[in-house]
Design a protein around this ligand. Structure first.
Ligand code: NAD
Length: 478
């Protein structure tokens, strides 16, 4: 891995196919720094033949990898976690330059990535005796599936990659990873680390121009697809998996509600709500995307949020003190700007929202009050630093409005009363509900979406088991 790099140097990038670091047969794709709109690096672009070679390499490596004791596979995953930690000073600025997030956020992402690898690898898949009587002994084992295709989005490229790679490999599968075309660089570096650690073909990493996802999801030799991305693409993935009945984990979009109860202090709650909505410039599947506040404290909460938003420091993530980077790509930038225009026409922009002059896809944290539930900012997933604060009269009304969504990923409830908060939590139709906290995602706790937010879970014991097939061995006695 480019060991000779001096600080500030970017170096070259290669695909990892069958244990070899190779150039892209389809040329290169420029990766753009969203803070400057300048090219960070030319990323190798795989062609269809290379995507097929990657699957073939993973298939060839599968039997030997699956036959290894789980402790050996775990030990190699631990080496990968150590290798990421050892390279963090080089990886974090690269992640900031391709993704846009502030350097502190990039270090945090890499720390969570290595912690997730260790936490996931700590799980085990022991055989379970279901029955042992005079007639028979029945044992349930979990066997690996084969080749996994991991397809990831651009908001947390490294966390998304390793959170699929670690359970897949621990369970004995091999993998082909395909990152998003606007953030492939740090994933390719992690691929280089994998090349030094795992047997050839166990991990393959290819990059594309948004054109190879379908090749992987329809490939007859891919047994499982672990996908994180938009609901629209998730539907295509599911359709493309149908002919060969592939196993699926789909982590898709969300429009998470934050329900604030009337017993909170507006000054204390506002910074927590602000963080829940704006972290990673709002580009988080589980960000709070609709904030429901009771009439009694509505004006006070809005005023506090506007104060915090106006003081936020937005800029190039490599600069000291920057709290919020740009949107990751031009398409998302234009989409969020259009959502703000619609919100301005239907509600009141009380902080941010002004156009940005000069290079970079910057949008200041924006707070909008007084919107109807039909506004785009309320019913669509904004995936940006724009927060609608919605007034409610009764708690039942807030819960009904929160549940009136095709999505059901996460939610937060904020209250001084655990009992009241728990009652609301039980009524929300989402995969996760946090009470008086947000984004706590330890590697031993599963998360996943209901409704059109997804299919299956990641993390936790269940997240590892999603990469296995239940197999029953039923033996006669006597
Ligand atoms: P996207 O759906 O556009 O792309 C995701 C990945 O799918 C990329 O690697 C892309 O190249 C690939 N892809 C594109 N077309 C494909 C096809 N036909 N078949 C297979 N793969 C294809 O999503 P995005 O814009 O990169 O990410 C933002 C979305 O991801 C948001 O909706 C967000 O909520 C969601 N997300 C969800 C979670 C979660 O855990 N639920 C986490 C992060 C992001």
């Amino acid at each position: 891995m480019n060991a000779q790099l001096k600080p500030g140097q970017i170096g070259e990038f290669k695909l990892l196919i069958g244990g070899k670091l190779v150039p892209g047969a389809a040329g290169t794709v420029d990766v753009i720094n969203p803070a400057t709109e300048k090219v960070v690096a030319a990323c190798p672009r795989a062609d269809v033949a290379q995507a097929n070679q990657a699957v073939a390499a993973a298939k060839a490596a599968f039997p030997a990898w699956a036959a290894k004791p789980i402790a050996e596979r775990r030990a190699l995953l631990m080496k990968l976690a150590d290798a990421i930690d050892a390279r963090v000073q080089e990886l974090a600025p690269l992640l900031t330059q391709e993704q846009g997030k502030p350097l502190g956020g990039a270090f945090f992402e890499l720390m969570v990535a290595s912690a997730n690898i260790r936490g996931i690898a700590a799980h085990d898949l022991p055989p379970v005796v279901l029955k042992d009587d005079a007639q028979s002994k029945v044992v349930r084992v979990r066997s690996p599936l084969g080749v996994v295709a991991a397809i990831t989005p651009w908001n947390f490229p490294v966390i998304m990659m390793v959170t699929k790679l670690a359970p897949a490999l621990l369970a004995g599968n091999t993998i082909v990873v395909k990152p998003a075309p606007t953030t492939p660089l740090t994933s390719l570096r992690v691929g280089e680390l994998c090349a030094e650690i795992f047997p050839a073909g166990v991990v393959n990493v290819i990059a594309d121009a948004n054109d190879l996802g379908g090749v992987l999801t329809s490939h007859p030799d891919v047994a499982k697809i672990a996908f994180t991305g938009s609901t629209a693409t998730g539907r295509k993935v599911m359709a493309s998996a149908a002919p060969t009945l592939k196993r699926l984990t789909l982590e898709l979009g969300g429009n998470d509600a934050a329900i604030v109860l009337d017993d909170v202090n507006p000054q204390e709650i506002a910074p927590k709500l602000f963080f829940a909505a704006m972290v990673n410039s709002g580009q988080v599947c589980l960000a709070a995307k609709r904030i429901f506040v009771p009439e009694k404290i509505y004006d006070a909460v809005c005023a506090e949020l506007a104060k915090i938003a106006s003081a936020a420091k937005v800029g190039n993530g490599l600069e000291e003190g920057v709290e919020f980077g740009p949107l990751q790509n031009r398409m998302q930038y234009e989409k969020v700007k259009a959502i703000i225009d619609d919100a301005r026409a239907q509600g009141k922009v009380i902080a941010g929202g002004e156009p940005h002059a000069g290079p970079g896809y910057f949008i200041k944290p924006t707070i909008v009050s007084g919107l109807p539930d039909g506004a785009r900012l309320v019913c669509e997933e904004q995936f940006g630093p724009v927060m609608p604060v919605l007034k409610y009269k009764t708690l039942d009304e807030a819960i009904a409005r929160a549940n009136a969504s095709e999505y059901g990923l996460g939610a937060t409830v904020w209250s001084a009363s655990n009992e009241r908060a728990m009652d609301v939590a039980m009524k929300l139709e989402t995969g996760t509900v946090w009470i008086n906290k947000h984004l706590d995602l330890p590697p031993d706790v599963p998360y996943g979406g209901t409704k059109q937010s997804g299919y299956g879970v990641e993390l936790g014991q269940q997240g590892v088991e999603e990469f296995t097939q239940v197999k029953i061995i039923n033996q006669a006695k006597g």
